[in-house]
Design a protein around this ligand. Structure first.
Ligand SMILES: Cc1ncc(COP(=O)(O)O)c(C=O)c1O
Length: 345
């Protein structure tokens, strides 16, 4: 019997570059991006800035670096920044917002819905300017979709209300839009709708779109000029970056197909419920299934040929372009014999 190929739901970052993407990388027109700029890189940066309705963009190798650069430019020592609980910038970036960007983080509750605070909570948390020895709250970070809230979307009206609340108390707004593509797809809003009035946004080409690496931090032209300096400080200047920018340009062609990944995750959730497993209805391509103790369940799932990861006391599944609709049915068939484990945890 052939060995069983595992179905990898651990993340939408596990995709492999397609043959078309590898061809574009091999044939990319390149230059030295640290010196006179790389033409393919420049094309990607201009295209993404335009898609998002921002003045300019800068490529970075990762979403963490893009978030960090934005926070370094927004924050000074003695500042505080606000972000919804379990945001990537709070818990998954090794505290760089504090120790490299110099801001004191404060988590906001999800009282506005999964992954987001109410506008009034932002206002209250910002407080008022106090004596010189008080922290100054200067920045609100939002995350759309919110990874650890199960890919929850901040809809356009709530985005606008949160940004307006932040601006009313003189906060800058940074949006971690690693999966903004998924938020726009799920709500029918445009990418520009979901970045409206933010000071900076970072987006990932490696999450769901299939690029092997690459994110872009976007903002005004002067902001991006400073961002280029910050990236260099972090050792992130890329020379013939066009090789990876070419992959990013091909990745953007997947945008009209993001909907397919949402459909795959909905099908997985429906199938799990049919097996008696309490799967919620996913908003995008992420599904969190609550269990009592993820460790042993994940080990059994791996033996059955289905890979996922723990997120708190849930098991996280993410759909992506390298999993087909047939793979979802295969995953359900593999999980069926162990349904009681997933029910009881
Ligand atoms: C919401 C969010 N922001 C930022 C990142 C960081 O991206 P990277 O892994 O490219 O550094 C991730 C990674 O999964 C993420 O989910």
């Amino acid at each position: 019997m052939l060995p069983m190929e595992p179905l990898d739901f651990r993340s939408d970052t596990v995709t492999k570059p397609s043959p078309e993407m590898r061809k574009a990388m091999a044939e990319a027109e390149v230059g030295d991006d640290v010196l006179e700029r790389d033409p393919t890189m420049q094309r990607l940066e201009e295209k993404v800035a335009d898609l998002l309705g921002m003045e300019a963009a800068l490529w970075t190798p990762s979403g963490c670096m893009a978030n960090l650069i934005a926070l370094m430019l927004h924050l000074s020592r003695g500042d505080r920044f606000l972000a919804p609980e379990k945001s990537h910038v709070l818990g998954s970036e090794l505290g760089t917002g504090a120790w490299l960007a110099g801001g004191m983080p404060e988590a906001l509750p999800w009282d506005g819905g999964p992954g987001r605070p109410k506008p009034a909570t932002v206002t209250a948390a910002a407080g008022r300017p106090g004596p010189y020895f008080n922290l100054r709250t200067t920045l609100l970070c939002l995350e759309n979709t919110h990874n650890f809230a199960g890919g929850a979307v901040i809809p356009k009206a709530e985005h606008d209300a949160l940004v307006a609340a932040a601006k009313a108390v003189n906060l800058q707004v940074h949006l971690d839009g690693a999966r903004i593509w998924h938020a726009a797809t799920a709500t029918g809003a445009s990418l520009r709708d979901l970045t409206a009035s933010v000071d900076s946004v970072q987006v990932c080409l490696s999450k769901g779109l299939g690029a092997p690496m690459g994110s872009l931090v976007c903002g005004t032209k002067p902001f991006i000029e400073e961002a280029r300096r910050a990236r260099k400080m972090l050792g992130g200047g890329v020379r013939q970056g066009g090789v990876v920018a070419a992959a990013g340009l091909v990745a953007l062609d997947y945008l009209p197909r993001v909907q397919e990944d949402h459909g795959k995750m909905k099908r997985l959730a429906t199938g799990l419920r049919t097996l008696g497993i309490p799967a919620p209805e996913p908003e995008t391509n992420i599904l969190l299934v609550p269990v009592t103790d993820p460790g042993p369940v994940l080990a059994r799932m791996a033996e059955a040929g289905v890979l996922a990861v723990p997120v708190g006391s849930s098991i996280r599944f993410i759909a992506h372009r390298d999993l087909s609709e047939a793979d979802i049915e295969t995953a359900l068939a593999r999980l069926a014999p162990m349904a009681s484990w997933l029910q009881a945890g």
